[in-house]
Design a binder for this molecule. Structure first.
Ligand code: AMP
Ligand code: MG
Length: 339
């Protein structure tokens, strides 16, 4: 199969629609990361996503819809706070989980009685979703566990020859996956942190909790239990208090003839002050770090033999989501049994 990369055009949208109606999988740009989409009403099409990605069968998918789509038939109940959140943040990088009416393929939610729905703001995604006028089940368009894609080229690198079309909308400005919010209970609960922060949600809903999995408990958002976002090179991770240790490891790798790189926020990179040392910069603000993280991890796996991550010092807002992705890319925080 030839994998085409097409920018937004009438012809590209018509092709995308034809593929989706034929049960094929199409990758598309969103404002967070690229998605790997299939008709959420078609069992076989949804199963294809799992086999292409090598995604564990118990990690549910998000149904994507355009902003005029009536989600009423798909969900059983929308609490009042969720209506307010929809008004405030949609379209945008917020996925909302509702009690499901089980109208979409049971493979989308992997047997859960809930459905995650997202309305992306990306122009490419909106046009594509309007054209097909169907709920499109889509996880990030990367092989399972690998770094999420923020350019069409990243998608191509993972799926060349295996999907017919990538709808190219340029770089993803958001850079990390959507916030996943459980809206099935009395209060909103964040299952996965992202660009719509706890503070922003609490500002509209009056309150917002962050789900913490207790030891031995089945995770509410199954995807959060897996090792994720990992570059293919060797990695090591240090807190910002351990920079000397990190530097020793860097030197050792150099002496061994390897090509070490640091991954660090700009402030720390300046202090590392190693002449000619290789550093991938994360940025200065939380938003910058979200936008740069995956692109830098993908560059690192091309160029580095060893990537040494240094924990950023910045906290608050989007940093909760950035730190979650960063530590998991370095293999920290996923429960052992599922790595
Ligand atoms: P991805 O699209 O690859 O970013 O992954 C989707 C994320 O949404 C994963 O962390 C899933 O566990 C989560 N998710 C999808 N559907 C549900 C659901 N019904 N309930 C809870 N989490 C969900
Ligand atoms: Mg993913």
């Amino acid at each position: 199969m030839i994998t085409e990369i097409l920018s937004l055009s009438q012809e590209a949208l018509e092709k995308a629609e034809r593929y989706i109606l034929a049960g094929e999988v199409v990758a598309f740009h969103t404002e967070t990361v690229y998605g790997l989409g299939a008709n959420a009403l078609n069992d076989k099409a949804v199963q294809k996503i799992f086999s292409l990605k090598g995604r564990p069968a118990d990690n549910p998918l998000i149904a994507h819809v355009h902003s005029g789509f009536n989600i009423g038939p798909l969900v059983d109940f929308i609490p009042e706070y969720a209506v307010a959140l929809q008004r405030a943040f949609l379209p945008g990088p917020l996925t909302m989980v509702y009690p499901s009416t089980a109208k979409v393929s049971s493979f989308v939610s992997c047997g859960l009685n809930t459905l995650a729905i997202r309305v992306p703001s990306s122009k490419t995604a909106q046009k594509f979703l309007k054209k097909v006028d169907l709920p499109i089940a889509a996880p990030s368009a990367n092989r399972s566990k690998h770094v999420s894609p923020v350019t069409a080229k990243h998608v191509f690198d993972d799926f060349n020859g295996e999907i017919p079309l990538i709808l190219d909308g340029g770089d993803c400005d958001g850079g990390i996956e959507s916030t996943v919010l459980d809206c099935t209970g009395k209060d909103p609960v964040i299952l996965r942190e992202g660009l719509i922060t706890r503070e922003m949600i609490a500002g509209v809903a009056g309150r917002c909790f962050v789900y913490e999995r207790r030891a031995g408990e089945k995770p509410k958002s199954p995807g959060m239990a897996y090792k994720h976002y990992a570059p293919k090179c060797r990695t090591a991770y240090f807190t910002f208090g351990e920079q000397e240790k990190a530097m020793r490891l860097y030197r050792e790798e150099e002496e061994r003839g390897g090509k070490p790189y640091f991954l660090a926020e700009n402030g720390i990179a300046e202090k590392l002050a190693v002449n000619g040392s290789n550093i991938f910069l994360l940025g200065r603000t939380g938003e910058e770090m979200a936008r740069n993280l995956y692109a830098q991890l993908r560059r690192a796996e091309q160029e580095a033999t060893l990537l040494i991550g240094i924990e950023p010092t910045l906290r608050g807002g989007v940093m909760a989501g950035v730190l979650n992705r960063l530590t998991r890319a370095f293999g920290i925080g996923a429960s052992e049994e599922r790595k």
